[in-house]
Design a protein around this ligand. Structure first.
Ligand code: MG
Ligand code: MG
Length: 269
């Protein structure tokens, strides 16, 4: 299937969706604390979507029952909000999205609640930085696999982390999950050439141990087989018509983080 290339007008609508996702993240960051049930975070995110006049792309996705995924500690992705209580010291990963006028946004972050160990802080920092390295590598004219190569190179340079193999990034636009699938590892210089109109969700998922995962009995929650903790960061970014990137789900468009890596963002969005 062909990769859906977006026009500037379509990217502008996707930016609106991306900003709503950023607001959902911000609202969750403001309220998350030890003692909370995970479904209380879902209520907060749902209120942001409703206020914005958007709809959720997570709710009812293949039967998923909530607007966010909440994954704690050895749960890495796709946890279902419910009665579980968040404890101080937990690593909590939140993934969510929004739709505006048929166009999708999707982004995720991990956060330490209360006081987390230095090892867990580094896990999250490495995962987040690997995402930015991946986005920076996925510039106009690069090959798709340059993204996963950059993510893996950086992650491996920081210690012994497991990069999940069975889950990865994806194209996003008129659907949440589109071609191409994006590995978070592998050789550089392979796959399609990245051009203006590409919109990609980059989402490394790593653990402090093995990359092997299993699915819990709820058929959604992905946990590490060895019980080590995981982290997950994600942003949706585009290559604008001026051939420069713009991070649709970051409030500043990625200006600060990509600028630090020597990449100038588009000023068209
Ligand atoms: Mg995604
Ligand atoms: Mg996501």
């Amino acid at each position: 299937m062909a990769i859906e290339l977006k026009t500037l007008d379509e990217l502008k609508v996707m930016r609106r969706a991306g900003l709503i996702v950023a607001q959902m993240h911000q609202a969750i960051r403001e309220v998350i604390k030890p003692g909370m049930r995970t479904d209380a975070l879902d209520v907060v995110a749902a209120a942001v979507i409703k206020r914005a006049g958007a709809t959720s792309n997570f709710l009812n996705y293949h039967g998923f029952p909530a607007v966010i995924c909440v994954s704690i500690n050895d749960e890495i992705v796709h946890g279902i909000p419910g009665s579980r209580i968040i404890n101080g010291g937990d690593v909590v990963s939140i993934d969510c999205g929004a739709i505006i006028e048929g166009w999708h946004g999707d982004a995720a972050f991990s956060i330490g609640v209360g006081t987390v160990s230095p090892e867990d802080q580094k896990l999250m920092a490495v995962c987040e930085e690997s995402m930015w390295r991946g986005i920076a590598a996925g510039k106009n004219g690069a090959r798709l696999s340059d993204i996963g190569f950059a993510i893996e190179q950086y992650t491996n340079s920081q210690g012994s982390y497991g990069i999940l193999r069975d889950y990865g990034g994806h194209g996003i636009g008129s659907q949440m999950h589109q071609e191409p699938h994006i590995l978070n590892f592998g050789k550089a210089g392979q796959g399609p050439v990245i051009t203006p109109g590409f919109v990609l969700a980059i989402e490394p998922m790593i653990t402090r141990g093995s990359a092997r995962t299993k699915l819990l009995g709820d058929d959604w929650t992905v946990v590490s087989v060895d019980g080590t903790r995981g982290a997950h960061f994600e942003h949706s970014y585009c290559i604008a018509p001026d051939a420069r990137p713009f991070v649709l789900t970051a409030p500043d468009g990625g200006k600060a983080e990509l600028g630090r890596l020597g990449v100038e963002i588009s000023d068209l969005l």
